[in-house]
Design a protein around this ligand. Sequence first.
Ligand SMILES: Cc1cc2nc3c(=O)[nH]c(=O)nc-3n(C[C@H](O)[C@H](O)[C@H](O)COP(=O)(O)OP(=O)(O)OC[C@H]3O[C@@H](n4cnc5c(N)ncnc54)[C@H](O)[C@@H]3O)c2cc1C
Ligand code: SF4
Length: 332
Amino acid sequence: MHTFEFERATDSSAAVATAAQAKTAQQGADVRFVAGGTTLLDLMKLNVETPERVIDINRLPLDSIEATPDDGLKIGATVRNSDLANHPTVKRDYAVLSQAILSGASAQLRNMATTAGNLVQRTRCVYFRDTAMPCNKREPGTGCPAITGANRMLAILGTSEHCIATNPSDMCVAMAALEATIHVQGPNGARAIPIGDFHLLPGSTPDRETVLEPGDLITHVTLPPPVAGSRQVYLKLRDRASYEFALASAAVVLTVADGKVTRARIALGGVGTKPWRSREAEAALVGQPINQTSLRNAAEAALRDAKPQSENAFKIELAKRCLTHALQIATA
Ligand SMILES: Cc1cc2nc3c(=O)[nH]c(=O)nc-3n(C[C@H](O)[C@H](O)[C@H](O)COP(=O)(O)OP(=O)(O)OC[C@H]3O[C@@H](n4cnc5c(N)ncnc54)[C@H](O)[C@@H]3O)c2cc1C
Ligand code: SF4
């Protein structure tokens, strides 16, 4: 691993000011915050990330979970994934989030991993993680070997001719269905970003993954008040039962009355270049009577624009079945 300066932040404004000196907050950033380190240190050992300065944010007071004045939930940036998943309010009112987090990684990793780190975790594309290979995300302009290479795990929604990498997060898929908001303290003040606007499609700049700018520190995430009577399910399909990323996953938050779906929030994981909210599936489902045809129609709508690669066409049917089954569980 290359050498770098390490410092512990005790004041968020000072940490933001230091990080604001970075040339970018994206791939190639020369200053990085570190929280749990389960993504960043991995990538530094592989020389995929080579920051000159690393700022440890674990001593900042960002590790609490609190109710908001409007009865929503405020989740601090350094709240550990295990603490979030097991928090009584999350288990009761935001069950889809608890389920999603507990389906990811391992208990040890979840004890270290944080809310903000999970939001900014990087793709598991094998070429991205191998500096001997070209990769547009790691080194813009070098090409995308995944398009003609090993792409079984990669995306079928939101891809471009420059990158087809999957966003690997489970937590973010649940947060997309819950319509979370990400709060950032930057060099020019604070701002709030709806999760749907936080991650970027790869387009011609796959090295840019989020809207974060140099110095931007994620301070917390808020969830809107829970929807009374909502039924929530996270279903994750993968090659083995634990310690594995999703081939396809679905987060659903539904409200049902008189045998019909009255409100639906649906997001997919394992198939998109970003956590994939499917407004198409939601529109196909709301107002419909609950039966096998309407649930499957929603899944068809979600995958209508899917573009398979050489090794992952199977994901289209897999994702449809995943979503259909998640909807069946939620409406049973
Ligand atoms: C073996 C393995 C298996 C895994 N399996 C899964 C899985 O099945 N599902 C899943 O969802 N995830 C999985 N993960 C990923 C894991 O969830 C992430 O590594 C973790 O959530 C990252 O959190 P962290 O706090 O460790 O981040 P760090 O490594 O500390 O940071 C990650 C990135 O976030 C940035 N960052 C951190 N905090 C802030 C902040 N406050 N503001 C701005 N930027 C910040 C850092 O600069 C860095 O770029 C797995 C990881 C490993 C190693
Ligand atoms: S899919 Fe994206 S991350 Fe993977 S090799 Fe292509 S450009 Fe790199």
